[in-house]
Design a protein around this ligand. Structure first.
Ligand SMILES: [Zn+2]
Length: 171
């Protein structure tokens, strides 16, 4: 990892913690997420070098290294057209914009994924246990799921916009 990547990661994690926990998080920084089932196998398998060639550095950091983008940076926060969000790694269809809602967190938020589109695992980083959510096809990290979402599911899929692409529905 380069020093540049390291400082970018640290900055985004700090912003994430301040946003979510409302604390000055610099004393809480730890190196890497602790994931329960890191070595799951997915239909789409690529080497780190292959992913690096295909993805931007920001996409790679989130999808493959579980980084978190800085809040309020995703243009998808303001996306209003009808359409489907896809995985930026493998183009799997993940979320219909009809299930997107304004969470006020600074990350694109959805109350439901498309059927079978995502998988979850327990993420024990940051001294709390959260539900990590990833693309079911390539395993790319998308974000986390919380239990404070709106009806009908009560779930909030807090997703890094950089892990998504958007395809508007043809008029
Ligand atoms: Zn994917």
């Amino acid at each position: 990892m380069t020093e540049l990547n390291r400082s970018t990661k640290t900055l985004s994690r700090r912003a994430f913690l301040q946003g979510v926990l409302g604390v000055g998080a610099s004393t809480l920084l730890v190196s890497y997420p602790v994931l329960a089932e890191e070595a799951k196998s997915f239909p789409i398998q690529k080497t780190a070098a292959e992913w690096k060639q295909q993805l931007t550095s920001a996409q790679y950091a989130v999808l493959r290294e579980h980084d978190t983008e800085r809040p309020n940076t995703s243009p998808f926060l303001h996306e209003k057209r009808a359409g489907i969000f896809h995985c930026a790694g493998c183009n799997n269809e993940l979320y219909d914009i009809a299930t997107k809602f304004e969470s006020g967190t600074g990350w694109p938020s959805f109350y439901q994924a498309l059927d079978g589109a995502v998988g979850t695992q327990s993420d024990r980083s940051w001294f709390v246990t959260r539900t990590e959510v990833h693309c079911a096809d390539c395993g790319g990290h998308l974000g986390h799921i919380f239990d404070d979402g709106p009806a009908p599911t009560g779930k909030r899929h807090c997703i890094n916009g950089v892990a998504l692409t958007f395809q508007p529905k043809a008029a």
